[in-house]
Design a protein around this ligand. Structure first.
Ligand code: FAD
Ligand code: DCQ
Length: 439
């Protein structure tokens, strides 16, 4: 009997537990461990940050759903992984033994990289985050406080140096603007800044996708947003952001401070402590090093998927940026690794499957939205497309309902989903792609 433990019940971990359970016979055991007892649909957190969603609409308790699928669920934080003894020590003092470990712990938010930044910095006016539902609720409070004042200070939205997940920064800027218009309060905000570490608007950590630069530049411009690129934010004080402006060679060409009444800055990500401190498992930022089969070269019974794995940046930028890891890409890593673990448990080589790492993303912008498809993530790309329209807004709402329903029902990729994506020429596994596309 083999015991497979999945650490982290997020966008990657939940489907990993369900797929692992489906693939393994009843004599094997599957355990899911996560810090919180609930699942949150992370892509909806920006909506919580403008009050368009309440917490209850995008969060649900995990245990009733996993227990129906005979998956053990433990709601505890992991504090230490011992890869020699194959054990995980939990915050309540207990420990769990695994035969195979799947690490899907997502990002730790590196607020410490910019002194004074983040919602817990203790300022009256802090830079907020929408990365977790808790943070998004705090951001919404701060946004409401700003609107309560008669003469509000500027709004600053953007991304910190080293950030990799730029989509939600644009999305949040656009939905805040849309929300201000709905409330008839756009005129009240005299200055609205977008401050980003990207070298140009729409870079997205991907070197741009299709017409992303033109479309996003036009979108922010039409809404009266002042854009600042190549910005290295170095410090945050109460209602004050300190930035260095770099040129394309990476030289400092200016320093300045920006006052704000409300701010949301997407932080850089790093690996969570328990994972980062395992010797030789991770790169210096604490991201798990994996081979093309999602397996640790150092510890062959450890696999990993999602934001917590190490991937190289798509290109070097004057202010450091990273490459984003988006939902479909994460699902493709998960599907590959569960097949590889199943193969190994059944006595075969765990090296059959590779994820396609296709990047597909939907970003809402209030009434319209923007979508991109980058197949594959790294250039040269077969498909490199960025589009916009109200269909994206509605697709994102539909996708939210669909994903939450799937996670409650306990399925990762229903046959009709696979079929629809196949018709679009997109698949999770390299082995499902036509032969000429495989490496
Ligand atoms: P998460 O979903 O973050 O899951 C990690 C889990 O591990 C969490 O439950 C956490 O509590 C748990 N955990 C961490 N440490 C421990 C520990 N020590 N012990 C126990 N449990 C632990 N991608 C898209 O494709 N489309 C989008 O629209 C989109 N929107 C996004 C919006 C935001 C605001 C953000 C931040 C990201 C977005 N992404 C989007 C990118 C990506 O899809 C998400 O970040 C996704 O949630 C990442 O999945 P994950 O499984 O790697 O990590
Ligand atoms: O898992 C996903 C996810 O959550 C993390 C998203 O966030 C909302 C996504 O946007 C996935 C898989 C996606 C992509 C969903 C795409 C559905 C529409 C397909 C049509 C693409 C052709 C333009």
């Amino acid at each position: 009997m083999a015991h497979v433990v999945i650490l982290g019940a997020g966008t990657g971990g939940m489907p990993a537990a369900y797929e692992m359970r489906d693939l393994l016979g009843p004599k094997h055991e599957v355990t899911l461990i996560s810090e919180n007892p609930y699942f949150q649909f992370v892509p909806s957190n920006p909506w919580v940050g403008v009050g368009w969603r309440q917490r209850e609409q995008i969060v649900f308790d995990i245990e009733p759903h996993t227990s129906r699928k005979r998956i053990n669920f433990i709601a505890q934080r992991a504090d230490r992984i011992d890869p020699e003894r194959n054990t995980i020590d939990l915050a309540n003092g207990s420990s769990v033994h695994y035969d195979y470990l799947i690490i899907t712990t997502g990002p730790a938010l590196a607020f410490d990289a910019v002194p004074g930044s983040g919602p817990h910095a203790g300022h009256q006016k802090s830079t907020h985050s929408i990365c977790t539902v808790d943070h998004a609720e705090k951001a919404y409070q701060a946004y409401m406080n700003l609107l309560d004042s008669n003469n509000p200070d500027p709004i600053i939205i953007g991304a910190m140096p080293g950030a990799s997940c730029f989509g939600p920064a644009y999305e949040y800027a656009m939905i805040v603007l849309s929300d201000l218009e709905k409330r008839g309060a756009r005129n009240k905000i005299k200055e609205f800044h977008f401050i980003t570490s990207e070298p140009y608007v729409g870079h997205l950590g991907l070197g741009g996708v299709g017409d992303s630069q033109e479309i996003l530049t036009r979108g922010l411009g039409e809404m009266g947003v002042q854009v600042h690129t190549n910005m290295n934010t170095t410090k945050v004080d109460d209602g004050k952001m300190f930035c260095e402006h770099l040129n394309e060679k990476g030289e400092k060409i200016g320093v300045g401070t920006h006052d704000f009444g409300f701010s949301m800055m997407l932080p850089a990500f790093k690996g969570v402590d328990a994972v980062a401190k395992v010797p030789e498992l991770c790169n210096p930022k604490g991201f798990v090093i994996v081979d093309e089969h999602q397996r640790s070269p150092k510890y062959p019974n450890i696999y990993s998927a999602g934001v917590c794995i190490a991937i190289p940046p798509v290109e070097q930028t004057p202010v450091p940026t990273g490459a984003p890891k988006t939902g479909y890409m994460i699902e493709s890593m998960v599907t590959a690794l569960v097949h590889n673990i199943q193969a190994e448990i059944h006595g075969k080589a765990p090296t059959a499957e590779m994820g396609t790492w296709n990047a597909i993303c939907l970003a809402d912008m209030g009434t319209s939205g923007a979508a991109f498809v980058a197949l594959p993530q790294f250039k040269p790309r077969r498909v490199d497309w960025f589009g916009e329209g109200p269909w994206v807004h509605w697709s994102k709402i539909a996708f939210e309902k669909y994903f939450l329903a799937k996670m409650k029902a306990g399925v990762s990729e229903p046959f009709y989903e696979k079929l629809v994506f196949q018709m679009l020429g997109i698949s999770r596994l390299k082995s499902d792609e036509p032969a000429h596309l495989r490496k």
